[in-house]
Structures are given as C-alpha cells and as structure tokens.
Design a protein around this ligand. Structure first.
Ligand code: SF4
Length: 127
C-alpha cells in the first residue's frame, strides 16, 4: 500500500516537474523574443544614426585646407579664386544627397555631412 502511494506521489512530482520545465522553457522563449525585439530596435536606431552622420565642422583641418563653408557665399574668394557664384555642394559631383537636401554626405569628407548650400575648393560641377 505504501509502495503504491509512493508510486503515485513520484508520478505527481514528475508531471509537476515536467510542467515547470515547460513553463521555464516558455518564459525563456518569451525573454529571448523580447531581447531579440529590443536588439532589433537598437540596431535600427544605430543604423539611422549612422545614416545621419555628424555635420562637418568648418574648423576641421581638411575643411579649412579646402576652404569649406556651410554657406558658399561666405567663401574666402581672395584665397579660393576658383569659387564662382552659383556653385554649391548640392550641384557638386561629390555630393551624395539629393539636390534639394539641406545636408548630405560628400565623397571628399567621408563620414561627415556637408551643407547643400556649402562649398569647398574640391568642387566639380555635377554633369
Ligand atoms: S567636394 Fe563638393 S560636395 Fe563636397 S564639400 Fe566640396 S563642394 Fe561640397
């Protein structure tokens, strides 16, 4: 009789333990899903941040050597006689933004954004 009772107790424990394992498994799966969703959100925002690179600083050494200005009309024309009115980043061949974009990346200043209305002495009219 005692052995039979112990048998049923063991069986009950076993099925309870099994249920715990299933619950833990489900909890871990949900946690993993939440982590994956959070990771995807972080990766998405990192992608956006990368797409919106920092704006080029006019005081940057390369910017200064090329006479870059955010506003083409402010170019030092005594130093950069090559500049002609109407030239700006938005119509330069190295500008990667759309002509109407206020800021866009430039092949000369990798990883930085230049102003569509800007200019530097590397300017080449877009064909
Ligand atoms: S290379 Fe062209 S797009 Fe780049 S900063 Fe100079 S003028 Fe602007």
């Amino acid at each position: 009789m005692m052995a039979l009772r112990q048998f049923y107790l063991n069986r009950a424990e076993t099925s309870e333990m099994k249920q715990n394992r299933i619950n833990i498994g489900r909890r871990d799966f949900l946690k993993a899903g939440a982590l994956a969703a959070a990771s995807a959100a972080i990766a998405g925002s990192a992608g956006k941040a990368a797409a919106q690179a920092a704006r080029l600083d006019e005081k940057d050494a390369q910017a200064q050597s090329l006479g870059y200005k955010h506003d083409a009309t402010k170019v030092d024309q005594a130093k950069f006689a090559k500049y002609q009115a109407g030239q700006n980043c938005a119509n330069c061949t190295f500008y990667q933004g759309k002509p109407t974009d206020a800021w866009g990346s430039c092949q000369i200043f990798a990883g930085k954004q230049v102003a569509g209305k800007g200019w530097c002495s590397a300017y080449v009219k877009k064909a």
